[in-house]
Design a protein around this ligand. Structure first.
Ligand code: FES
Ligand code: FES
Length: 157
């Protein structure tokens, strides 16, 4: 089946099996390997992408269900000039990653969160990432990254 969607602002078409997961279509059909698959059961959050601006687990969604949707992957969370986006930069500043496997899911999740909550408290930042698992960092530096990204975002307005 043909599926047409906009990915990171670019119209894309893929020819997929009806049961092709959105995550697999992004990685294997469209070559966007920034989206990572961990549990493949909707638990870890590493596959999170934004579908029409909302975080979705791309391991739980068929590619054909995304027909006509606007998808943002971690590759699309960059700044308009092509450099690191605020959330990506914040992870660098705060050492918010170690192996990096979980990071794409955190970056997309936090990007969507900060659009609606531009000035979170530490507690709110902790809650915002409550659905994403990381086996390396112990989360503290990811919480710091949320707060730092909010600061960078406010500074840019
Ligand atoms: S791979 Fe999708 S939630 Fe874990
Ligand atoms: S940095 Fe390794 S799983 Fe999060």
């Amino acid at each position: 089946m043909k599926v047409t969607l906009t990915v990171n602002g670019v119209p894309r078409t893929a020819d997929v099996e009806p049961r092709r997961l959105l995550a697999d279509a992004l990685r294997h059909d469209l070559g966007l390997t920034g989206t990572h698959l961990g549990c493949e059961h909707g638990v870890c959050g590493s596959c999170t992408v934004l579908v029409d601006g909302r975080p979705m687990r791309s391991c739980l969604m068929f590619a054909v269900s995304a027909e006509g949707a606007e998808i943002t992957t971690v590759e699309g969370c960059r700044s308009p000039d092509g450099g690191l986006g605020h959330v990506q930069q914040a992870f660098v500043d705060c050492h918010g990653l170690q192996c990096g496997f979980c990071t794409p899911g955190f970056v997309t999740t936090i990007t969507a969160y900060l659009r609606e909550n531009p000035d979170p408290t530490e507690e709110e930042a902790r809650e915002a990432i409550g659905g994403n698992l990381c086996r390396c960092t112990g989360y503290q530096n990811i919480v710091k990254s949320v707060l730092r990204a909010a600061e960078l975002q406010r500074g840019a307005v």
